[in-house]
Unconditional design. Structure first.
Length: 345
């Protein structure tokens, strides 16, 4: 009876994996009740690695090529099974194949704005997205840490974990780059390199190797972008009070126009148009007066009088609002306040 059972046994002569479809990272060779014939052939194709596991313990790992399986080519498995050097019988062992080709065009992004420390603006919240590529580099680590004893493990099952790692390391990447937000937006390659440097050790702990990292966009939330635009505009006019007041007037005109659109009737349009014209004219007069006063000269011809106290107070209130919004620094506000108050003495 034992002889008949031996004859009925099926022996495996060739062990190989032809990848079917996209996205498979690990695949276990179907053993069932079959045994591997001593001297069988293991075929490992390019972009693959194979690994023998005996009773949960990782043994021998094979790279691309054709390998004849003997006690000499399976030294670790031979030791685990306590085989004699002359052992010639069939044996059983789990065989796993791993795809080591690059997994390209993997997407990443920040679902919500994340807070990071910026060299110029302090703390800012930003969004970013891009893509990256990676591969399985260490099958033993990947098997013990990620895929385990499952028959199949796919890229899709790992996607969420890797994207979480990227978002987690964005702040570290920006800190390592030592570049402000404005410079990061203009030099996305430097940001990508810093992010890759921060991410690589975390991926190596999974048996993975990061091959490429790209950043396609870095942006601020809409409300912060408006503040940044105002700060940039204020920086462009600098200490020129005339240009500063003209800039503020130009910023106010679109808001006045929005109010016109909400009115609807001809009278409202006419009144709003008159108000807009008066506002522009007053802004120009005040800008000319302030510019002349700060330069120590006579008032501009367009202004019937010099700098009035109420005009100065209105300007100070406006400057206070800009400081509260972070558009003006304390130093800029105090300097402009001192210049204005000096003219009232």
């Amino acid at each position: 009876m034992a002889l008949m059972d031996f004859i009925k046994k099926q022996f495996i002569d060739v062990i190989q994996w032809t990848e079917a479809g996209e996205g498979t990272l690990a695949w276990r060779f179907p053993m069932a009740d079959m045994e591997i014939q001593n001297g069988a052939v293991l075929v490992v194709r390019e972009t693959q690695m194979a690994m023998f596991v005996n009773e949960g313990q990782v043994a021998d790992v094979f790279g691309p090529g054709t390998h004849q399986l003997t006690t000499q080519t399976l030294p670790l498995l031979t030791n685990l099974k306590n085989w004699d050097k002359l052992f010639q019988s069939p044996f059983k062992s789990d065989v796993y194949f791993f795809s080591t080709r690059q997994q390209i065009d993997q997407k990443w992004g920040t679902p919500q704005p994340i807070a990071v420390r910026d060299a110029e603006f302090g703390a800012v919240r930003l969004r970013a997205f891009g893509n990256y590529a990676w591969r399985v580099a260490d099958p033993k680590t990947f098997h013990t840490e990620i895929s385990g004893t499952r028959d199949v493990y796919t890229v899709a099952e790992l996607d969420g974990q890797l994207r979480g790692l990227i978002v987690q390391n964005i702040a570290t990447g920006i800190a390592r780059s030592q570049v402000s937000f404005l410079d990061l937006a203009a030099n996305q390659q430097a940001f990508a390199q810093a992010l890759a440097s921060a991410l690589a050790p975390a991926m190596a702990a999974y048996g993975l190797q990061l091959e490429a990292m790209t950043v396609q966009s870095i942006s601020l939330p809409e409300e912060l972008q408006k503040v940044l635009d105002q700060k940039i505009g204020t920086g462009m006019v600098g200490n020129d009070m005339g240009r500063f007041m003209q800039y503020q007037t130009a910023q106010a005109i679109p808001k006045m126009a929005e109010g016109v659109g909400a009115g609807g009737d001809a009278g409202g349009l006419a009144g709003a148009g008159l108000g807009m014209g008066a506002g522009v004219a007053m802004g120009q007069i005040l800008a000319q007066n302030m510019q002349s006063a700060l330069q120590g000269g006579a008032p501009a011809p367009a202004a019937p009088v010099g700098v009035r106290p109420e005009d100065v107070m209105a300007t100070l209130e406006k400057l206070g609002e800009l400081k509260a919004k972070g558009i003006l620094t304390d130093e800029e506000f105090n300097a402009k306040k001192a210049e204005l108050l000096k003219k009232l003495v």
